[in-house]
Design a protein around this ligand. Sequence first.
Ligand SMILES: *Cc1c(COP(=O)(O)O)cnc(C)c1O
Length: 395
Amino acid sequence: MYRIGKEEIEEVRKVIKSGQLFRVGEASSGHLGECDLFEQEWSEKIGSEYSLLMCGGGTAALVCALAGIGVGPGDEVIVPAYTWLATATSVLTVGGIPVLAEVDETMALDPADFERKIGPNTKAVIPVHMVGRPANLEAIVRIARKHNLKVVEDSCQMIGGTFKGKRTGTWGDAGAFSFNWFKIISCGEGGALVTDDREIYEIASIYSDSGSAFRPKACELQVPIFVAQQYRADEVMAAIMRVQMKRLDGILADLRRARKRFEEEAKAVPGIRVAPSNDPDGDCGVVMTLQFDDEKRARAFVDVCPLQGWLGIDHGKHVYTNWTPLLEKRIMHHPDMNPFNFPQNQGLRMDYSEEACPKTLELLRRTFFISMNPEWTEDEIKSGSSALKGALSKV
Ligand SMILES: *Cc1c(COP(=O)(O)O)cnc(C)c1O
């Protein structure tokens, strides 16, 4: 979350005054329909047929997307080794097994390794657009189609950005966004699923709404109703998100402006390399990304960096070697509900050891991410980028 203020307060005030905080209600009784409006507006903004706002975050959106494409026991889903662990655990939630693939220098899923990792039980792939940097969707979708695989985009950290002019989240069969506090726009917690596919939308609606029990239009669904989880959004979060959505383009413009300037300064230092991007113009500008020749030089920079940032390998549970519950195969509260124990999953690939993705670890050890701030003034950008240049000249 970068910006929030009196516009959100005003919209929340209206919802509270209406006295109707549940997403379903009658306009004739003063219900504002914020959730429905957000979903319409989000679809228009992102460019998808359907949107579904959820209280369960990007994780819920991923789970519903995977349920929507039919992932279950016996299925492998390929995920990058550098991502928030929820990308992998969402596969386990629906009964499938996540299989790790390497990232490339762009720090997103390596299309070549993705293709190498495809096996007889592979059902889908989840490209992740980490820190607002797009994965190579063109290559990934092409490979997936060739092998008859589904694509679910994890766009939780990339909200509003594009790859080749098309918004991320809309390239695959479904996309997931997160609106938790650490993301580009936020209502504290929450997320959204987007898709053009009616069946995915219906399954996700049912999965996330106690079998669509409260949907006034549930009788129009073609998919037979089943009961799964309850991730329904409420009117307060939708009211906040409708304002946040209006702030998005301004936030992205300011982040991108800062990133461009910082990159120019960094590139002027001999021997310093900015990590390649799959689409520098579509990139959200959340970070600028430096790639050093080796870990020693990267560590030396950590000690002198004048700005907020982190070395990839120190990124906690975004690095697969720190996904303790997966390493120890501890999923769900009961052993019979642990997908690692399912008979259908025996024989599937479950290697999360240090050796699984050595290239990713090697890259993370020498890739440094510097956080951009959309509130920086022209002067702050100038002094910050020249301080960066100074620090880089020392390492
Ligand atoms: C934040 C995030 C998620 C999960 O989102 P929540 O809203 O916390 O559930 C999933 N994947 C990635 C890459 C994320 O950054």
